[in-house]
Design a protein around this ligand. Sequence first.
Ligand SMILES: NC(=O)c1ccc[n+]([C@@H]2O[C@H](COP(=O)([O-])OP(=O)(O)OC[C@H]3O[C@@H](n4cnc5c(N)ncnc54)[C@H](O)[C@@H]3O)[C@@H](O)[C@H]2O)c1
Ligand SMILES: [Zn+2]
Length: 373
Amino acid sequence: MMWEYLQPVTIRFGEGAAGELKQAAKDLGCSRGLLVSDPFFMKSGLAEKIVEASEGVLTGIYSQVSPNPEVAEVDACAKQIRESEIDFLVALGGGSALDCAKAAGSICFTEDSIRKYHGTGEPMPEKHLPLIAIPTTAGTGSEVTCVAVLSDKELGKKGPIVSNGFYPSIALIDPELTYTLPPYMTASTGIDVLCHALEGFWSKGHQPICDAFALHACRLVFQYLRIACKEPENKEARRKMAEASVIAGLAFTLPKTTSSHACSFPLTNLLHIPHGEACGLTLDYFARINADAQEGRVHGFAKELGFRDMYDMADAIHQLKADIGLRTDLKEFHLTDEQVAELVRISRHPNLYNNPVDITDEMLDEMYQSMRQ
Ligand SMILES: NC(=O)c1ccc[n+]([C@@H]2O[C@H](COP(=O)([O-])OP(=O)(O)OC[C@H]3O[C@@H](n4cnc5c(N)ncnc54)[C@H](O)[C@@H]3O)[C@@H](O)[C@H]2O)c1
Ligand SMILES: [Zn+2]
C-alpha cells in the first residue's frame, strides 16, 4: 500500500506562544488582520489582550462564532472580510472559531455562501487568506487539520468540509490559554483527542507516521486528562494535553476519523451533546467492534499502551469517561423508538465508511438500544 505524508502547518508550541502573534504575522508578510473568535473571549478580555499585543496588526474582530458553528456565521464572517481590507486571519478559540475562520477565509474570495460546499460534494476553492490559529481547547487539533466542521440548523445537518486550503499557515499553541477551561469542557474536549488518535489509527486510510502520532497522543491522554480535569491550573497536565491535542490532530487529518465521529454528528445535532463528549460516548463500543480487525493491528495498539488487548483498553476508556464526569449512556434522554431510528439514520455519515469493520444499521440500532436503558 502506498502512503504519502504532508503537514504544511508551522507549529509554535509553549507557554506564552500566543504572544508571538505579531512576529508570526511578520513572518507571513501580513500586516492587517481580522480576529475571529467567540463571545466568551470578548467577555473574558483575552480577545482584547491579543489585539493589544498585536500592536496594530489586528484591525478588526468577528466575534459571533457559536459552538458547532453555523453556515450563516461563516457567511457573515466572509462578508466582513470582503468589506475590510485585510490580508490574513487570526482564529482564537476552540475548534468552532478555528473552523469558522478556515471556511470564511476561503469563500471570501468568491460571492458564494458556504452552503454551496457543505455536504454537497462541491470542491472548495483552494485560494484562501493565510490563517494563524490559536487554539484555546485541547481538543480538536483543528489548528493542524484541513477540516472545517459546520452545522446547518435549517437543514438539520452537521458535517465536515475538507480542503487543502483549510490548513492554517501557523499554529500558535499556548497551553496557558486552556487554564480557564472548566472541568467539564476539559473532559469533553480531552476525550475528543482520544477519539482522533484511535480513529485515525484504525481508519482505512491509516499510515505509519500517523500511527506513531496516535500512540503518543493516546498515551498522554490516559496519563494527563484526569489530572487536567481535577487541577485546571496544573501546568504539566495542561501542557501535555495541548501536546496530545495537536499530535492527535496530525494523527487523523490525513487518515480521517471513523465511526465515533460519524455518530457524534446526530448526537450533537439532535441531543445537543457537545462534540467531544458525543464522540467519546461511542468510542469504547467501537473499540470492541474493531478489536479483531486489521489482523491483530488494533489489539497491538492497545498492547503498546500497556493494555492486555483492545477489549481491556475499551474498559479503560469507559472508566476514564466515568472518572472525568462524562456520560457513558443515553438513559437521561428517555429516547423514543423514533429518536433511536433517527440516530441510526443520521449516523450513516461518510466517516462511517472509513471504519475498519463494516457497520450495519442493526449494529447501530443495537448500540443505541444498549445506551438508552
Ligand atoms: N476542524 C477539525 O479538524 C475538527 C476536529 C474535531 C472537531 N471539530 C469541531 O470543533 C467544534 C468543537 O470545538 P471545541 O471542542 O474546541 O469547542 P468550541 O470551540 O465549540 O468551544 C466550546 C465552548 O468552550 C468555550 N471555550 C473554549 N476555550 C475556552 C477556554 N480556554 N476557557 C473557557 N471556555 C472556553 C467556548 O467559548 C465555547 O463556549 C465542533 O464543531 C467539532 O465538530 C473540528
Ligand atoms: Zn473531534
